[in-house]
Design a protein around this ligand. Structure first.
Ligand code: ATP
Length: 290
């Protein structure tokens, strides 16, 4: 198959009706040492509005996670800028970066690996609050509100992650991301480890949470079908660039870029080995950043 022609990376504007919240401009990320380094993001620009869900689709290795990591400050940005709520966050480090955790959170793909097996659900959910200085009493109230939001009963609090199914664990992971009441959640393939029925209920939950809390999502997925359901706009990534953007319907009906057409026909399937590598890389970076 011939490779699609390279396209000029175009800025992705915020959809009409949404106030800008996140704005990444010409972001470049390189991996490796200076000699032989690999450019994973090539001047990528994207905006996410307040209350908007922007999907990021593309095959394995196209740079989706790298963009999420750059926004979360987990990989260095070589050039370009990332603004959040009007503030330059491109190179925030240390305490200032940690403070941002109250505004930007992440939900991972793997509900099995992302919850500490030695902690009760109550402690897993309260920890982000108590480490940020919230009293235990106040933390309990917020945890209980978030359990309600993700439709889990309060009797889960004294139990451990291993006692729950994949879908329930993902509800717990979503509740944990919500306890600090963030304005943006980077969702990294959050439903691709789940069976189709559970996927559908978790997608419905994401939609409902967005409607009720006004949170924004940058929703990374290899599956255009999933992002079409949940996202207001979809950006297609190919080899470190955004090659096309549009609403899901339009992208499906009338894809402009050859690679988007290929994505539609190929219907890529998540490779479990690749996905395990991606999970390990995320967790390592998070530990380093903690
Ligand atoms: N730590 C790293 N060191 C070197 N190269 C890396 C590193 N992390 C990612 N890459 C490379 O950067 C490119 C983009 O990877 P990235 O994980 O962002 O892609 P992706 O679209 O999210 O794919 P996947 O779904 O497989 O994670 C790939 O070629 C990948 O091999």
């Amino acid at each position: 198959m011939t490779a699609p022609t390279a396209a000029v990376p175009a800025p992705v504007p915020t959809a009409p009706g949404f106030e800008p919240l996140l704005s990444a401009k010409d972001v470049v990320v390189d991996y490796g040492q200076r000699r032989g380094s690999f450019r994973a993001l090539k001047e990528v620009s994207i905006e996410v509005g307040a209350g908007e869900c922007v999907g990021l689709v593309g095959e394995s290795g196209s740079g989706k996670s790298t963009l999420g990591k750059a926004i979360l400050g987990l990989v260095p940005v070589a050039s370009g800028s990332i603004e959040f709520d009007g503030r330059d966050i491109t190179r925030l480090k240390g305490a200032k970066r940690r403070e941002l955790a109250s505004s930007i959170q992440v939900v991972f793909q793997d509900p099995y690996g992302s919850l500490n097996p030695a902690m009760t659900i109550g402690d897993i959910l309260a920890e982000p609050l108590t480490t940020a200085g919230t009293s235990r009493r106040e933390a309990r109230a917020v945890v209980s509100e978030m359990l309600d939001r993700v439709k889990l009963p309060s009797n889960v609090l004294d139990r451990y992650p291993k006692e729950f199914s994949g879908g329930q664990r993902q509800r717990i992971a979503i509740a944990r991301a919500l306890v600090r009441k963030p304005r943006l959640i980077v969702c990294d393939e959050p439903v691709s480890a789940l069976d189709l029925t559970t996927q559908a209920t978790i997608i419905d939950l994401f939609i409902e949470l967005q409607r009720d809390t006004g949170v924004s999502y940058l929703f990374v997925s290899h599956d255009l079908g999933v992002v079409r359901r949940i996202c207001h706009r979809v950006a297609v990534m190919y080899r470190g660039e955004i090659v096309e953007t549009g609403d899901g319907e339009q992208l499906t009906r009338d894809p402009q870029h050859p690679y988007s057409r290929r994505l539609l026909t190929a219907s890529p399937i998540a490779d479990p080995v690749k996905q395990a590598e991606r999970r390990a890389a995320w967790l390592k970076l998070r530990e380093q950043a903690a």
